[in-house]
Design a protein around this ligand. Structure first.
Ligand code: MN
Ligand code: MN
Length: 286
């Protein structure tokens, strides 16, 4: 009798050869300034995905109708920041060269920098949408200009602050606030103006970077820098639904440190968010 052996990959993922969307873990936490642990996101999210339906009530679509693969976690050694950044960059370039839509998940926010830069290389008119509790616009933290507290600033240095749109932000330094005011990047606390911004962007290519600590920590405690006063799951879903039919060119879903949430609901929340992202990628404008 034949047996089915199940790999610990994200629910519903299929052969990379046929996939048009590629999920992969970038689970590293080398610059986490408070509670580290997002290096463990990969297994937690995949395990959580097995308790989830493939069908989305929100988008009325199923993962079963989407050709996507899960490559697993990219090997990223603790420490070795330069090597880690270079490895993520070459991995995402390879995925893009296969014409697969990249969706990265897992670790601290710094890992998004090479992901965004790879999208920008292909799309010089890229707009960056950023959901987060934190502005991540610092010029440096403890003498380091490359960390999860500076990532969005480093991305904006390259793509231009006028192409950056930040939502849900409720924490940052006085310098970050001034910078955000100067360039009008921050829509503090809320995500309700996302439709307005997306309408204005029209057919421009969009990269979405989602720091899951934008959610209220009562809903999502499994994260390294929890910040009270966050948005609800309903608001996150409503915000994500606005991306339906938009010209997305890459997405990430980051900052899960599963061990701080013994209930496991944070991992389930990231798994469900990834399901919605995969379904969004499948119906994006080309
Ligand atoms: Mn962040
Ligand atoms: Mn954050």
């Amino acid at each position: 009798m034949p047996h089915e052996f199940v790999l610990p990959l994200f629910l519903g993922s299929s052969d990379p050869e046929d996939a048009e969307i590629a999920l992969f873990g970038v689970c590293w936490d080398g610059t986490s300034s408070f509670k580290a642990g997002s290096r463990f996101a990969g297994f937690a999210v995949r395990e959580a995905s097995f308790g989830m339906e493939e069908f989305s009530f929100y988008q009325q679509r199923s993962l079963q109708d989407v050709r996507f693969c899960d490559y697993g976690d990219l090997f990223l050694p603790p420490g070795q920041k330069e090597r880690v950044m270079a490895d993520i960059e070459s991995a995402v370039r390879e995925i893009r060269s296969r014409k697969q839509f990249p969706i990265a998940f897992g670790g601290e926010h710094l890992v998004a920098l090479p992901l965004i830069m790879a999208a920008y290389e292909e799309h010089p008119d890229l707009a960056l949408i950023h959901f987060d509790a934190h502005a991540d616009l610092r010029s440096e933290m403890w003498g380091d200009s490359l960390s999860h507290a500076t990532i969005i600033g480093r991305a904006a240095d390259r793509i231009g602050y006028e192409h950056l749109f930040q939502f849900g932000i409720r924490s940052g330094s006085v310098e970050e606030w001034a910078l955000a005011q100067e360039h009008r990047t921050i829509r503090p606390f809320a995500v309700d103006t996302i439709r307005e911004v997306l309408t204005k962007l029209g057919d421009r290519p969009i990269y979405l970077t989602l720091d899951m600590d934008v959610l209220d920590p009562s809903l999502y405690p499994g994260t390294g820098t929890p910040e009270p006063g966050g948005i609800t799951w309903d608001l996150l879903i409503a915000g994500l639904k606005e991306f339906q039919g938009r010209r997305l060119v890459g997405m990430d879903c980051l900052e899960l440190a599963p061990h701080y949430d013994p209930t496991g609901v944070s991992a389930i929340t990231m798994a469900k968010t990834l399901r919605e992202m995969i379904l969004l990628a499948a119906q994006r404008k080309r």
